[in-house]
Design a binder for this molecule. Structure first.
Ligand SMILES: [Zn+2]
Length: 342
């Protein structure tokens, strides 16, 4: 009796050590959001999704592969020092980059904004830290973040649409990101909404992002201003600086006719694109995020109302909409989970 009690105690102790030993568990991961103008690096608790510490590095003036790698290494070291988390407690480093990526080999194939081509990011970072490294793209990690701890939590069948410089999207099916045959599924920004339309950076004409992105709105406003139209946005614009989502919000709050008409036009196109996605994929939920959506409620509300109206009746009745919930952190939190990707 005593022997068996002792035995079960031993077993219990072993289990406790196995379950709670922080080294076996490695409960932290580094998430990196490598954008066109900045790198956001965070130390994430994988159990809670909490960002323990984060650091932002600008990349705009510091282009080139060497600088990008150096800044990532510096950032990771700063975070470990700040939080006193040891290398042995970190399970992986996940990187989501704004550009084309080769996920299997961890190579950043092309990121024109960063002046990086065929950069073996995975090998270079692994060489330095000896921690497994995973590479994905920026939209994929933002969607993963929203799936794990944001607006998509508890829903394994949804679509994320992010509106910023471009319009990006990710499809989540059965709790996994749909990648497609060449890993490029979800390019909602390049669905064609006008056959003879505006030229797009991809080389085609009439792509959604040439109408519905923040950059598209910016171009419309700037074009109208050049032609002599007036707007309260001029009060916020410093010369040489570009229009921000915040400026658009303030102008709409003041009922500015020009800004409102440009935002209405973008919303008209975006809602058409989203309705097409709803009809085609039939998701349970559409999560909308990105700087413009976060800053301009008017744009979000108008877009979801119109998207529902333009969808087929059956999916339109059931579809749910939500704003992304993790803001700037959706990418870094999602990147911390790239290691779970199948
Ligand atoms: Zn395009």
């Amino acid at each position: 009796m005593i022997a068996s009690y002792y035995h079960s105690l031993q077993l219990f102790a072993k289990t406790v050590i196995f379950v709670y030993n922080p080294i076996t568990m490695k409960r932290y991961a580094i998430g990196i959001d490598l954008g066109g103008t900045k790198i956001l690096i965070a130390l994430v608790n994988k159990e809670t999704g909490e960002v323990l510490a984060s650091v932002k590095k600008k990349t705009k003036k510091d282009k080139g592969p060497k600088n990008i790698i150096r800044k990532m290494i510096e950032g990771i070291e700063e975070l470990m020092e700040e939080t006193s988390v040891e290398k042995s407690e970190i399970s992986s480093i996940g990187i989501g980059a704004a550009g084309q990526v080769d996920r299997d080999n961890g190579i950043l194939i092309g990121a024109p904004n960063l002046d990086c081509y065929d950069l073996p990011i995975k090998d270079l970072i692994f060489e330095y830290f000896q921690i497994p490294v995973y590479l994905g793209n920026d939209v994929e990690i933002a969607a993963m973040g929203e799936m794990k701890f944001g607006a998509g939590q508890g829903c394994d069948d949804f679509v994320c649409v992010f509106v910023g410089t471009g319009v990006g999207s990710a499809i989540v099916k059965n709790g996994q990101i749909v990648r497609g045959a060449t890993g490029t599924a979800g390019e909602i920004g390049h669905i064609i909404v006008d056959l003879n339309g505006r030229p797009c950076a991809c080389g085609a004409h009439g792509c959604l992002e040439a109408y519905a992105s923040r950059s598209a709105i910016e171009k419309r406003i700037e074009g109208a201003l050049r032609k002599g139209r007036t707007s309260v946005i001029l009060e916020y614009l410093e010369s040489g600086k570009s229009i921000t989502s915040g400026m658009i919000r303030k102008s709409i709050e003041r009922e500015d006719e020009l800004v409102k008409s440009c935002v209405d036009e973008a919303s008209e196109y975006l809602s058409g694109g989203i309705a097409s996605i709803i009809n085609f994929i039939n998701p349970k939920l559409v999560v909308l995020g990105g700087g413009l959506v976060e800053a301009v409620d008017y744009f979000y509300e108008r877009t979801i109302k119109k998207a529902r109206a333009k969808s087929l009746p059956v999916p339109a009745q059931k579809i749910e909409f939500s704003k992304a919930k993790l803001g700037d952190f959706s990418g870094v939190i999602g990147a911390a989970f790239l290691e779970e990707r199948k």
